[in-house]
Design a protein around this ligand. Structure first.
Ligand SMILES: Cc1cc2nc3c(=O)[nH]c(=O)nc-3n(C[C@H](O)[C@H](O)[C@H](O)COP(=O)(O)OP(=O)(O)OC[C@H]3O[C@@H](n4cnc5c(N)ncnc54)[C@H](O)[C@@H]3O)c2cc1C
Length: 465
């Protein structure tokens, strides 16, 4: 057991595109910058770097990420890998665990860049081995050279399905179907046509999946997965005009050994909520996300800035531009003379993200209808749909109430996995507004860490320590 305390100008939480660009900008302005990331290597989701010793394919994104990491280090940024932030107070003080040791930072300003995680909704069979998120399947293939399965079904909504379908096909998977809820690709193609600057990127996205064109099913959702000790078959249904699965338009896909399902991403807001940062709700931007001033990245708490997906899901380009803006603003807050970043570049990148949001239609109503009474909604605490419905009937009306009544959202993942599904289920079955349903309350420690680390981190953070 040990604890390290670091007093510095700026602490960045999260080492993806947003965190890295914030760190680089702040360090170039002269600030001492410490960046914490819970992964083995910085880079986040877009710039994901192969772990030491792993044989990930040499990709354009890995190379670009490697250059950004090297630039940040060369500018003097200290990168703490495997550093999991589990607590924070608005003094500001940041608590992290690095293995069995505690790391406490007392910075003058903080940039939150914790990104997002896969957005999943429960359905019968979703807890079977072999059913996972597209992000998990991508991570297996991209970082570890392991296939999530040989005969794979991809399902959900959003451009990420195409990214993963192309990567899995290249890695050797037989991608049996890509089940996309959006009725057709027309809005996407028309949107891309209006953004010539992104045509190269679009080509790189579409080319690897072109051979799979006949395997796409648009306007459909997965309604169930079945199997014994592993997923073996997947049932899909077309969405009717009412937005609900049409029971008469079903297809069952046999001989499946992996099903990857996700409906975009959810901002990872647990840490900033401990700081008291205000949040807003926009279902199409991933749900609850941090409220910021776009010109500076300032949150509602003085000295706490934010950038990237945690402020609303929009992709890597906006994350890079917003990171620079937030890093410079944090440097100014810490007393350095720093510029302001390129707000127009951010606006252009956000414009493309808005087009994508409009082009894809997440079938919220259908997803809320999929669970049966016995379907588990909260996997950590094994709480089923019937228990949640009973809690609602007893008077639980929001995420906090459902958590207290049933323990749903109280387990190790703290609602990251179940929050979206709980909100949808109660919206569809009980008419609750997902915005009013609220976000899972964040509690210290926000992540499951040993008590000894918590105690050491708190002691190290005391003034005079
Ligand atoms: C699973 C997944 C896969 C994706 N793959 C792609 C892709 O292939 N192509 C694409 O264009 N977009 C992809 N995206 C979208 C991607 O999120 C953005 O394009 C971009 O990476 C966002 O940058 P960011 O810096 O905001 O967040 P991220 O890149 O997600 O970086 C956030 C970082 O914060 C760290 N972090 C989070 N919580 C903590 C904590 N408590 N303590 C310490 N560190 C923490 C994470 O480890 C992560 O490295 C993916 C998103 C997800 C969720």
């Amino acid at each position: 057991m040990s604890a390290t305390r670091i007093d510095c100008d700026i602490c960045i939480v999260g080492g993806g595109p947003a965190g890295l660009s914030a760190a680089l900008a702040a360090a170039k302005a002269g600030a001492t910058v410490h960046l914490l990331d819970l992964f083995e290597r910085p880079g986040g989701q877009y710039f994901m770097q192969p772990a030491a010793g792993a044989h990930g394919p040499a990709r354009r994104q890995i190379a670009a990420g490697g250059r950004l990491i090297a630039a940040a280090r060369a500018a003097g940024v200290t990168v703490h890998e495997n550093a999991e932030v589990f607590g924070a107070y608005a003094d500001p003080v940041i608590y992290a665990r690095v293995g069995e040791s505690a790391l406490t930072l007392r910075p003058k300003a903080v940039v939150i860049a914790t990104g997002a995680h896969d957005r999943v909704a429960p359905f019968p069979g979703w807890t079977l081995p072999g059913v996972m998120t597209p992000g998990a399947g991508q991570r297996l293939a991209k970082l570890h050279g392991t296939l999530p399965g040989r005969r794979v079904v991809l399902a959900g909504c959003g451009p990420f399905l195409m990214v993963v379908a192309g990567q899995l096909r290249a890695a050797g998977c037989d991608v049996l179907r890509v089940v996309e809820a959006t009725p057709s690709p027309r809005a996407l193609l028309a949107g891309i046509a209006r953004h010539p600057a992104r045509w190269g990127e679009a080509l790189r996205l579409l080319t690897p999946v072109a051979p799979l064109a006949g395997r796409f099913r648009f306007g459909a959702v997965v309604t169930a997965a079945a199997g014994d000790d592993h997923v073996r078959s997947v049932t899909i249904a077309r969405l009717g005009a009412d937005g609900l699965p049409d029971e008469r338009a079903r297809e069952t896909i046999a001989d499946v050994d992996a099903l990857l399902v996700g409906h975009g991403f959810r901002p990872s807001i647990e840490v900033p909520r401990l700081l008291g940062c205000a949040i807003d709700f926009d279902q199409d931007a991933g749900g609850h996300h941090l409220r910021i001033d776009r010109a500076t990245g300032a949150t509602s708490v003085p000295g706490i800035f934010a950038a990237g997906e945690v402020t609303g899901v929009a992709g890597a380009r906006p994350a890079l531009a917003a990171g620079t803006i937030a890093g410079l603003a944090a440097a100014r807050h810490a007393g350095f003379a720093a510029g302001k970043g390129d707000e127009r570049a951010l606006a252009r990148a956000l414009d493309f993200a808005l087009m994508l949001r409009r082009a894809y239609r997440v079938p919220y109503r259908a997803l809320g209808r999929l669970p049966r009474p016995e379907t588990v909604l909260c996997r950590c605490e094994e709480i089923d749909a019937a228990t949640v419905a009973a809690a609602h009937a007893d008077g639980a009306r929001d995420a906090a109430g459902i958590k207290l009544w049933t323990r749903a959202g109280m387990g190790p993942c703290q609602g990251r996995g179940c929050g979206f599904g709980l909100g949808l289920q109660l919206a569809e079955t009980a008419g609750l507004d997902p915005a009013a349903f609220g976000a899972n309350p964040s509690r210290f420690p926000a992540r499951p860490v040993p008590l000894s680390v918590v105690a050491d981190a708190l002691a190290a953070g005391e003034d005079g320590a």
